[in-house]
Design a protein around this ligand. Structure first.
Ligand code: PNS
Length: 167
């Protein structure tokens, strides 16, 4: 499937600290399913991200620049409020291993309570990325491990700058 069948709008929310190839796989697929996709970077003050909100947005923007129906944005507050404001019909989440399941179900349940008209759609990431997470990427990169195959170029450069490695 290469051309979206609908004009429907979908939101891909997340912390994206930083965006990975696993996220990109889900975003690419969402962009083929929906007319317009907003990658919504959460400004969650409870988490202590490695990258600032502006950096996370910039990296995601660079990574998504070739996807013509994808825009990168940030949001504060509830994701359902952001989705309503954008006129979205769906929240897209990547569901990786069983370990994601409980938390994702809790969020899907709560979001449905808050906004019954909004659908949570789970997409399965490519098998190459099924155990990939931003946390693992940061942990490996900060200890000098090679992570270039797991992140878009825009992230790789900034990650090296952040952890003090050589390019
Ligand atoms: O990449 P993450 O950290 O798994 O993304 C989690 C995110 C940002 C999607 C989630 O924390 C979220 O939706 N935050 C916004 C606040 C909100 O709406 N909370 C209630 C969701 S049940």
């Amino acid at each position: 499937m290469t051309t979206p069948k609908t004009e429907h709008i979908a939101i891909c929310p997340g912390s994206f600290d930083p965006i990975t190839e696993g996220h990109m796989d889900v975003i690419r697929r969402a962009s083929q399913m929906f007319g317009r996709v907003f990658v919504a970077v959460s400004d969650d003050s409870e988490k202590e991200p490695m990258f600032s909100l502006a950096e996370r947005v910039a990296m995601a923007r660079e990574a998504c620049q070739d996807l013509s129906n994808v825009e990168v944005d940030s949001f504060e507050g509830l994701v359902v409020d952001y989705a309503r404001q954008r006129g979205a019909v769906a929240l897209i989440k990547g569901l990786r291993a069983v370990s994601d399941f409980e938390r994702e179900m809790q969020m899907a349940w709560m979001n449905r309570q808050l906004a019954p008209e909004l659908y949570t759609v789970f997409l399965v990431p490519h098998p190459d990325y099924v155990f990939l997470s931003s946390s693992l990427v940061k942990e490996v990169a900060s200890r000098g491990g090679e992570v270039s195959q797991f992140v878009p170029d825009a992230v790789y450069t900034r990650l090296q700058d952040k952890v003090g490695g050589s390019h």
